[in-house]
Design a protein around this ligand. Structure first.
Ligand SMILES: *Cc1c(COP(=O)(O)O)cnc(C)c1O
Length: 472
């Protein structure tokens, strides 16, 4: 009986030719290569046959429109780009998992312009001959930081690798035990050191390192003294670290280059925004240190990059290391980095034009405007399905920067009444666009600090949709 039943079902499956003539499939063929659409069509028909074998289908499932609907759904799922934009409602500005720093449209347009054209990437237009990819940022970085030279590579991990591999291959690098850090995504100082071929010479104790510890470790095989920003953690209590001034003095006395891996690489004083602890690249360079490295997409607010600045003699040595070829940045990133640095000399200034810095500098009053817009919309849309309130939020800079600094401001708290906050959080992730939130106890929190453009206006609709998906 079951067999003749499935025989009957098999015969209901529409023919490939008939499916291909359906207007919705025709529309797919207008967008995607025919071979790709056909493969999806055949895979869907195979799925249907398997489901018939398992007795999972009714004749209605095999109706022509229903089969076409399945194919379109599968095509939609498989063929749309996987990388998607989403809304960051976590309040963590440089969110490592969500792409760190978003760029402004102005910077993105510059990338578009260079990407879609030929350019003087490695050509000297004046002399009419080969030019240097590294030369484009020189005068801008000198203007901004006073550095003699700059070399930009793929990311800061690459910058540190290049510096160590150039200056200390087979030789010793002195680092304090308190600075042997691991940053998320498996960047560990001892491991980068090993990869570069340099030999790690740890000095001091976890909580205290003195100038004499560095001095005692110096020998004829020492090549570099390195200081590392302990980006994502702090040692507090009975502590001592050597100042940059002391480091530079030791370097001068023993004729050794000194370097600081600064991590975030902030170019502006953030103390007016309640973040007093972050030293700027200029501050660090003014101590007389030889090399500073930092990321392009943390507090700088630009594209992913690793930036080495400092004394010409060391930067040019690194520039002629063959490793540069493997670590170099591409023209799009270079265009984005140059455009970002230009915002620092613009009339509006970086906190007005660079999204990362604009978010960090949002005032509680500015945030309150968004918070009220959202709470009012939700109260009228959700009625008694949820308890909506406003609470004091503590955002974070993120990206391993300023772990002890809170970004204070109001945020929205949504406590659903008939299901858990975890269900709401998960439903919000399935929206289009997805909204990424934080769950605290039995509430979902929305921090408008990390909203871009008009997102505060579209978020209420996405929340209402998320509630509807759970209800249905
Ligand atoms: C973030 C960070 C790095 C790694 O930088 P990427 O740009 O992510 O490669 C290295 N060192 C420090 C101190 C950092 O904070």
């Amino acid at each position: 009986m079951a067999d003749s039943n499935s025989e009957a079902l098999y015969s209901l499956i529409p023919s490939v030719d008939k499916i291909l003539s359906h207007p919705r499939i025709n529309a797919l063929l207008g967008r995607y290569a025919q071979a790709v659409v056909k493969r999806i069509l055949i895979a869907t028909l195979n799925d249907l046959r398997n489901s018939i074998k398992k007795n999972q289908l009714t004749p209605e499932d095999l109706a022509f429109d229903s089969v076409v609907g399945r194919i379109c759904e599968m095509a939609e799922r498989r063929l749309r780009p996987n990388l998607q934009t989403l809304i960051n409602a976590t309040g963590v500005v440089v969110h490592t998992n969500l792409g760190r720093s978003p760029l402004s449209w102005k910077v993105a347009e510059r990338i578009l312009e260079i990407a879609t054209s030929y350019s003087n990437l490695e050509y000297d237009v004046e002399k009419g001959k080969r030019g240097q990819r590294n030369s484009h940022l020189n005068s801008l970085i000198e203007e901004l930081t006073g550095a003699q030279a700059i070399l930009a590579v793929n990311n800061n991990a690459a910058a540190v690798l290049l510096a160590l591999g150039t200056l200390a291959k087979g030789k010793e690098v002195i680092v304090s035990r308190g600075e042997l850090i691991e940053i998320g995504g498996s960047f560990r100082i001892p491991e980068v050191m090993a990869q570069s071929g340099a030999i790690l010479r740890e000095v001091g104790a976890t909580n205290r390192t003195h100038p004499r510890d560095y001095i005692q470790a110096i020998n004829e095989n020492t090549a570099l003294i390195l200081k590392v920003h302990t980006s994502n953690y702090r040692i507090v209590g009975f502590t001592r670290e050597i100042s940059l001034g002391e480091l530079v003095e030791i370097g001068k006395e023993y004729k050794l280059p000194t370097m600081m891996d600064l991590g975030s690489g902030c170019l502006v004083d953030l103390s007016p925004f309640g973040l007093p602890d972050e030293v700027t690249v200029q501050d660090v360079l003014s101590t007389g240190i030889d090399i500073v490295s930092f990321s392009g997409d943390k507090l700088l607010g630009g594209p992913q990059a690793g930036i080495l600045v400092g004394k010409e003699e060391y930067i040019s040595l690194m520039g002629s290391n063959p490793l540069v070829r493997a670590l170099r940045m591409d023209k799009m990133t270079l265009a984005g980095l140059e455009a970002t640095l230009q915002e620092y000399i613009s009339q509006v200034g970086p906190t007005g034009s660079i999204p990362t810095l604009a978010m960090i500098s949002k005032s509680p009053d500015e945030l309150m405007i968004d918070v009220q817009e959202i709470t009012q919309a939700l109260e009228s849309e959700l009625g008694d399905e949820a308890q909506i309130s406003v609470e004091q939020g503590v955002g974070r800079v993120g990206g391993g920067a300023l772990p002890m600094s809170d970004l204070i401001g109001p945020r929205v708290s949504i406590k659903p009444k008939v299901f858990s906050a975890a269900r709401l959080e998960s439903s919000l992730r399935k929206g289009n666009p997805a909204v990424i939130t934080i769950v605290k106890e039995d509430s979902v929190l929305l921090d408008p600090r990390t909203f871009l453009y008009n997102q505060a206006q579209i978020v209420p609709r996405l929340i209402v949709d998320a509630f509807r998906r759970i209800r249905n």
